[in-house]
Design a protein around this ligand. Sequence first.
Ligand SMILES: C[S@@+](CC[C@H](N)C(=O)[O-])C[C@H]1O[C@@H](n2cnc3c(N)ncnc32)[C@H](O)[C@@H]1O
Length: 288
Amino acid sequence: MSTPSEPAESESTYVIDAENAAEMARLMNQALFLTKRMGGLFPERSDLANIHDVLDIACGPGGWVLDVARSYPSVQVIGIDISQIMVAYARALAATDQLTNARFRLMNALNSLDFPDHSFDLVNARLVAPFMPSAAWPALMQECQRILRPGGVIRLTEAEAAITNSPAFEKIIELGTGALKLAGQSFSPDGRHIGITPILGRFLRDAGYTHIQRVAYAIDSSAGTEANKEFCQDYMVAFKLVQPFLIKMGVMTQGEIDRLYQQIMTGMQLHDFCSILFLLTVWGEKPR
Ligand SMILES: C[S@@+](CC[C@H](N)C(=O)[O-])C[C@H]1O[C@@H](n2cnc3c(N)ncnc32)[C@H](O)[C@@H]1O
């Protein structure tokens, strides 16, 4: 049986192989992209007064954690992730930058979290939906509540799939959200969306958090925008790495994906390609 610090690979419900080096590189770039386009590490807060201990759930190769550690030297920040290569690389980056206030641990967020009660002032989770079975959210919200101090803050950021004017892009999104539905990782009644953003507030209310607030982001990644190149690179890599999941869920064959992939590449390079990415951050407090 696996312990919280020794996740077995077979347990992974992530839609991409978390031990893939290309995914690790993609997540480094994606973290930079998101933090920049959302306007910072904690764009909804003016300062980190009273925040001393921070946990980042599913930290990937540690982009957000390392930035927090660099920007707030008095804050202790821990990132957890199921992937051995992500955690190993994040530790190496922290050591290289001599960030003694950043630590990383191998942990499966679907099990009970290996931290004592009242350990953290803030728990952050950004883009965890790609591995969260729908039914697992309430338990994670309760675990976060247990490890937060009274008055501590939980902060969730999730995205829906980008909306574009490219038929091929829209097709793979339709197949991807349908596959998520089949995998039990969707809140959309018909699989047309990921459906996570409307539900985030309910998770916090149901778990007993108070002072729940939200802020939405719309990232325009159309041709000619500043965000376009990074957005296209991210999706081109993600669409490659997610193919085994689409095939496993039976929504496409490899031949169909290969043809669609070529059409997506062409479509994204058109001068009139338009795309918008919606994200939502929802946060709330553990009652004092
Ligand atoms: C989309 S990435 C998260 C990105 C990161 N939070 C950020 O904002 O840059 C998803 C991450 O979840 C990790 N993961 C997948 N299943 C997990 C699990 N059961 N427990 C913890 N981490 C998991 C993957 O290894 C991957 O690093």
